[in-house]
Write a protein that binds this ligand. Structure first.
Ligand code: RB5
Length: 156
C-alpha cells in the first residue's frame, strides 16, 4: 500500500477532504494528514517542509502538496535535498513526472486547478513506474548539484 503524506495551506481547505478521501477510497492509499485543516491564513512553507521531511525519512512513499497555485509549495519542498517535487497541471505531466523524473512529491493549485484534474493527475502518477536508465543518470546529476552546494558551503 502506498503511504502518502498530504499537506496544504488555507487555499486548499475547501478541497483537501475530497482529495484525501479520493486517495484513501479510490486509490487505496494510506494518508498521513499533515494539515492545515483550517481556512485561517497560514504559510505554505510550513507544510512543504513537513511533507518533504516525512518523505525523506521514509515515513511516506510520496507527498502531495497543495497551495493556491502549487508554485510556492513546490519551491519550498525542492529546497530539501532529495525531494523532487513536480507541479502537475496536466495528466501528461503527472505521468512523465513519474516515468522520467521519479518525482516523490506532487504539487497542485487549489485556486488554479479543478479538483477533478488533481484526482486524474494523482491516478495517472500512481499508475506509472520510473523508467530508470538514462533518467536515473539525470537524477544522479541533480543529486550531484545538491552535493556540490553542500560541499561549497554556499560559496559558489
Ligand atoms: C496564498 O495566498 C498563496 O500565495 C499561496 O497559497 C500560494 O499560491 C503560493 O505560491
Amino acid at each position: 500500500m502506498c503511504i502518502i503524506a498530504v499537506g496544504n495551506d488555507h487555499t486548499a481547505f475547501p478541497i483537501r477532504k475530497e482529495i484525501i478521501g479520493f486517495l484513501e477510497n479510490e486509490l487505496s492509499c494510506q494518508v498521513i494528514d499533515m494539515g492545515t485543516d483550517s481556512e485561517d491564513s497560514t504559510d505554505y512553507p510550513i507544510y512543504a517542509r513537513k511533507v518533504g521531511l516525512e518523505v525523506l525519512k521514509g515515513k511516506a512513499d510520496m507527498g502531495v502538496l497543495i497551495c493556491g497555485t502549487g508554485v510556492g509549495v513546490s519551491m519550498a519542498a525542492n529546497k530539501i535535498q532529495g525531494v523532487r517535487c513536480a507541479v502537475c497541471y496536466s495528466v501528461e505531466v503527472a505521468r512523465m513526472a513519474r516515468r522520467h523524473n521519479n518525482a516523490n512529491i506532487l504539487a497542485f493549485g487549489a485556486r488554479t486547478q479543478k479538483v477533478e484534474l488533481i484526482k486524474q493527475c494523482l491516478r495517472a502518477f500512481l499508475e506509472e513506474t520510473f523508467e530508470k536508465g538514462r533518467h536515473e543518470r539525470r537524477i544522479n546529476l541533480i543529486r550531484q548539484i545538491e552535493q556540490e552546494q553542500e560541499e561549497s558551503d554556499g560559496g559558489y
